[in-house]
Design a protein around this ligand. Structure first.
Ligand SMILES: NC(=O)c1ccc[n+]([C@@H]2O[C@H](COP(=O)([O-])OP(=O)(O)OC[C@H]3O[C@@H](n4cnc5c(N)ncnc54)[C@H](O)[C@@H]3O)[C@@H](O)[C@H]2O)c1
Length: 428
């Protein structure tokens, strides 16, 4: 297989060309013949023009790539090594939404041939590939896993906004349905991953490894968030406490913050779902999620009580929220907890303006019904720096005063500014 792929007698297909699938497809396309498949025709049209619809990659990333973009599954007939990187989100009840995985498995099953490989990259719970996806491939293709075709799981570990540790520079976990399959999968990925390959002992181990990376992070941040709530009531600075505690070698310096996005705030629900399925009611993971989801409400209450302490009527106050993406220096707004914070503020009858030059106005309106302002039209009763974008990190006191009524009331959620001893300044 690897020789045929390298000789371009066979092609690699990548299904789901989003934040994960497109960079992966382009990286493979530097050495292999690649067919990129996505059901979203608009996105496919943009990619054909060398435009990344997720706005992460420059046009230069498309150069010297042997890649064909398509929304027609029939175009994948020439592909024999299939990678699936479709979204794995949760529904309104926080239950895993496997529909994209199921429909993409059905599509790949329809063009699957003897000897083919299918590798899943989407984040799932342990067991999902073999219990939920492979039966669909078998049913749709009429082929038998392991005897007719091979499969594997290789989680993606890229971090949104991370410019140094990019796809090829992150150790890649791979797993396979048999030792022979694993050998092929390792060698295919080994051709593009500079950081090396980690061969997991089974598909379930690889699935579990990915989901606990993000679950551990969620829980660690939730502990800091809970501590931030406690220390706020005590009246001490959480970051000062973390710095002091961090002077011990085995203290891990996690920071409090809003936990949003499509990974850390979502993946724990996949693990919880599996745990419940097999008769275990998870306590720690669930508590972590609850604490992190409570933080927008905690911050909104803080804004309101601070306004009241200044003798203001919140219902007559105007607040500026700066930043709505789920983390700093990215354009991704999926599962942004700033949107929750804005809604909480509005529930308290505050008039809220929101700015974020990193985010798309259309996407924010479509996703949250929130209208982004091009420019802030102050003066405001309170300023909330919700995301640590680089343009906010350089704000000076005079910039903030220009936006604010007197006195300045500043909520610097991530504590990105160092403005000395400022009255009416709050950070998480
Ligand atoms: N974004 C990250 O940084 C990141 C990091 C690690 C892991 N992951 C995981 O990778 C997976 C993909 O995430 P993403 O951020 O790239 O998602 P995304 O939303 O950016 O992209 C998914 C793409 O899949 C397409 N798609 C949806 N259903 C499809 C189908 N049935 N057939 C073909 N295409 C389909 C969409 O049109 C979209 O272009 C998820 O499981 C996610 O948890 C993401």
């Amino acid at each position: 297989m690897i020789t045929q792929l390298l000789n371009k007698e066979k092609a690699i297909s990548i299904t789901g060309l989003g934040y994960v699938g497109l960079p992966l497809a382009l990286e493979f396309a530097k050495k292999f013949k690649v067919i990129g498949f996505d059901i979203n025709e608009e996105r496919v049209e943009l990619m054909k023009q060398g435009i990344d619809p997720s706005k992460e990659l420059e046009a230069s990333a498309f150069a010297k790539c042997d890649i064909q973009f398509t929304s027609n599954i029939e175009d994948l007939q020439d592909a024999h090594f299939h990678i699936i990187a479709v979204p794995t989100d949760i529904d309104a009840h926080k239950v895993p939404n496997l529909k994209p995985l199921e429909s993409s498995s059905k599509a790949i099953g329809s063009i699957l041939k003897k000897g083919d490989f299918v590798i899943y990259e989407s984040t799932v719970y342990p067991g999902c590939t073999e219990e939920d996806c492979i039966p669909i491939l078998e049913h749709q293709s009429g082929l038998k896993a392991n005897s007719d075709f091979h499969y594997g799981y290789s989680p993606e570990r890229i971090v949104p906004g991370e410019k140094v540790r990019t796809l090829t520079k992150i150790l890649k976990i791979v797993s396979g349905s048999s030792p022979e399959a694993l050998e092929v999968i390792s060698s295919v990925y080994g051709n593009i991953i500079e950081a090396g390959i980690y061969e997991a002992s089974s598909v379930k181990v690889a699935e579990a490894a990915k989901v606990i990376e993000n679950t551990q992070r969620d829980i660690n941040i939730s502990l800091m968030n809970e501590l931030a709530v406690i220390f706020d009531k005590i009246g001490i600075d959480t970051n000062e406490v973390i710095e002091a505690a961090g002077s011990k070698w085995n203290f891990h310096k996690y920071r409090p913050g809003l936990v949003g996005g499509h990974c850390i705030g979502v993946d724990p629900y996949y693990l919880m779902h599996k745990a419940k399925q097999i008769g275990h009611d998870p306590q720690v993971i669930a508590a972590g999620r609850r604490v992190n989801d409570y933080i927008p409400n905690f911050i909104a209450k803080k804004v309101v009580t601070s306004l009241i302490e200044l003798g203001k009527n919140p219902g007559a106050c105007k607040v500026l929220v700066m930043g709505i993406t789920f983390k700093e220096d990215v354009s991704d707004i999926r599962n942004s907890k700033v949107a929750d914070l804005i809604n909480e503020l509005k529930d308290f009858s505050l008039d809220v303006d929101v700015v974020d030059a990193n985010a798309s106005k259309e996407e924010v309106l479509h996703e949250y019904g929130i209208e982004l302002k091009d420019k802030s039209t102050g003066p405001y009763d309170a300023l909330v720096i919700a995301v640590g974008h680089k343009e906010y990190r350089v704000l000076r006191l005079e910039d903030l005063n220009a936006l604010s009524k007197d006195p300045l009331l500043l909520f610097d959620i991530k504590g990105i500014l160092d403005l000395g001893d400022l009255p009416n300044y709050w950070k998480l």
